[in-house]
Design a protein around this ligand. Structure first.
Ligand code: FES
Length: 153
């Protein structure tokens, strides 16, 4: 299975061949959007041009689906390595920099390190499931009530 190495986030995420890059990123809690995209994006239709990613160190030409007509039109004045995540299908393991228009500390070193490490066969980091402490407390209370009512019945 392909692994997407998100360089900015320092995460490797496994996906199925042919999965949409935007959908994988959103599912995994990877922030694709800058402020404009957060305020409003097209939901993956290729119209808002806010889901830019830079494909750094693409290992082979077939790692991603080819640029769509929408991308050819919308990315005319952007670097060749930039893609719209919503228009991109992942075929093989690849290194991706989200929000390439936004710089970050030690970018060159981190990109070099990401390129020098071989991509692992599977995920190396997964987001911890978010547990709302209030919700957890209420479900424990409900479980306690159920036990009590079961005992009564
Ligand atoms: S989400 Fe709007 S162009 Fe990709």
């Amino acid at each position: 299975m392909p692994v997407i190495r998100f360089v900015r986030e320092g995460r490797d995420v496994e996906c199925y061949p042919g999965e949409n890059l935007r959908e994988v990123a959103l599912r995994e809690g990877i922030e694709l959007y800058g402020l404009k995209g957060k305020l409003g994006n097209c939901g993956g239709c290729g119209q808002c041009i806010t889901c830019f990613v830079d494909v750094v160190g693409e290992s082979s030409p077939g790692s991603l689906s080819g640029r769509t007509r929408v991308e050819e039109q919308k990315l005319q004045r952007r670097p060749e390595s930039w893609r719209l995540a919503c228009q991109t299908l992942v075929q093989q393991s690849v290194l991706v920099l989200t929000r390439p228009q936004v710089g970050f500390a030690d970018a060159d070193q981190r990109i070099a390190a990401a390129k020098s490490d071989l991509l692992p066969a599977g995920p190396t980091s997964w987001p911890e499931p978010e547990v709302d402490p209030d919700e957890e407390a209420s479900s424990k209370a409900e479980a306690g009530e159920t036990t009590t009512s079961d005992e009564e019945g």
